[in-house]
Design a binder for this molecule. Sequence first.
Ligand SMILES: Nc1ncnc2c1ncn2[C@@H]1O[C@H](COP(=O)(O)OP(=O)(O)OP(=O)(O)O)[C@@H](O)[C@H]1O
Length: 276
Amino acid sequence: MTQVSQFPGRPLLPGRPLLEVSQLVKRYDAGKPALDGISFSIRKGEFVSVIGPSGAGKSTLLRCINRMIEATSGEVSFEGASVGLLDRKSLKRLRSKIGMIFQHYNLVERLTVIENVLHGRLGAKSTLAGAAGHYSREEKRQATEVIATLGLSDHLYQRCDRLSGGQKQRVGIARALLQDPRMILCDEPIASLDPNASRNIMEQLKRFSQEMDIALIVNLHQVNVACKYSDRILGVNAGRLVFDGRPEELTPEKISEIYGADSRSLTAELGEQYAS
Ligand SMILES: Nc1ncnc2c1ncn2[C@@H]1O[C@H](COP(=O)(O)OP(=O)(O)OP(=O)(O)O)[C@@H](O)[C@H]1O
C-alpha cells in the first residue's frame, strides 16, 4: 500500500525515508555551532542511537527535528514534508506523529498515571478541548490498554510523584505511544535510572519499535547499550556526524573518533560486552 503524507508536501513514496535531515546547522551564539552540517535519514521502524561526548550536540539535534529548537540552516523533512516550512497548525499535527521521551520524564507529577498518559492525545485535539481535559471513552480505553502493556495497571490512578524513576519513564513511554507516533525521539531515556530499570526501558523501547514499526532516535551515553539495542548508531563530535553505521562497525578507532580523549574506558566497556 502506498502511504500518503498527511502533511503538505510530497507524497510518501514506498521505500522513502521517514525522516531526512540535511546539512543541519544550529548556532546558539557567535561561537562554534552546536550542530555543524549534519545529514542523515531514518527509515520506518529503525532503531537508531545517537552517541557522543557531553556537549557534542545530541540534545540539540533531537530538538531541531521537531522544532522545539529552531535550526539556523539546513532542512528536516518528515514524511516528505519540510518541517521548517510548516505553519503552527501543521507543526502541531507533525508533533502528534513524533513522540518525545525525556531524561527527567516531563510528567505532571501531581496528576495520576492515566491523566499523564492521556496528555499524549493533546496534539490531536483543539486547544480548547485539550485545556478542558475532555477525553473520549475510546481514548480512556486506549490509555488503560497501553498502561497495561507497560505493566502499570496497578498504578492507573496513582499520582506520578509516588512512582519510581523506572515507572515514571514507563508512563512517559505510554504517553508517547498514545499519540500513535511514527517516530519517538528519546533524549537520554535511561540516564537517571539504575541498571535494572534501564534494561527494562530499553527492552520496552525495542519491543515497540519492532511490533509497531515506530522509528526511534535515542540519545545515549552508554556505548554498550547503544550497541546492544540499535539497528544503527550515529556518532556525533563537536556538532559533526563522524560515524553512521551498524553496531558491529563501531570499532575502537571509530569510538576514539567520536569520543576523542575520553574513549579508552568506553572501548574497554565495549570489549567486555562483546566478550560476554
Ligand atoms: N540554550 C543554549 N544556549 C547556548 N548554548 C547552548 C544551549 N544549549 C546547548 N548549548 C551548547 O550547545 C552545545 C551542544 O549542547 P547539547 O546539549 O546539544 O549537547 P549534548 O551532546 O546533548 O550534551 P549532553 O550529553 O551533556 O547532554 C554545547 O556546547 C552546549 O553548551
